[in-house]
Design a protein around this ligand. Structure first.
Ligand code: FES
Length: 146
């Protein structure tokens, strides 16, 4: 996508409150990450410095600055899910992969990481598998995706 096309993609965000956040979401949906060149475009469009744009992007864990593996599995380890034994899921995954989370599968196709609340607190443990939320997750369910 050319720079002009990226600017056109982001243009509708410029008149929104918190427009840079909307613009970052658009870039994430379109490209899966926000490149250095796109940071410069964001800075120009929103009349910010590149450092300020980098500060916004780095504040939110879901905004990535590098291409991401094709699959993402996140296990909630916030308090409610811990009370519902999310640590058992963590132990099962770490035992299966032979490494501590955050980590990737041996083929590099799946990244496993923690997340701190997915909004499914009463039905934990909760996990997110490739954007799909799963409540009452079991170790077998999680391991079947690794
Ligand atoms: S604490 Fe896990 S979903 Fe809220």
């Amino acid at each position: 996508m050319s720079e002009a096309e990226v600017r056109e993609l982001l243009q509708p965000c410029t008149n929104l409150v918190g427009g840079i956040i909307h613009a970052c979401h658009r870039l994430m949906r379109e490209f899966g990450y926000i490149s250095v060149d796109q940071k410069h475009i964001l800075a120009d469009i929103f009349n910010l410095s590149v450092a300020e744009v980098s500060g916004v992007i780095s504040f939110y864990h879901d905004f990535k600055t590098e291409p991401q593996p094709s699959k993402l599995l996140r296990i909630c380890t916030a308090e409610a899910c811990q009370a519902n034994r999310s640590r058992d899921l963590v132990a099962a995954v770490e035992s299966h992969l032979g490494s501590k989370i955050p980590c990737q599968t041996a083929d590099g196709e799946t990244t496993v990481s923690f997340v701190y609340c997915l909004g499914l607190c009463p039905n934990g443990p909760a996990v997110e598998i490739n954007g799909q939320l799963v409540s009452n997750a079991t170790a077998d369910q999680v391991l079947s995706h690794l």
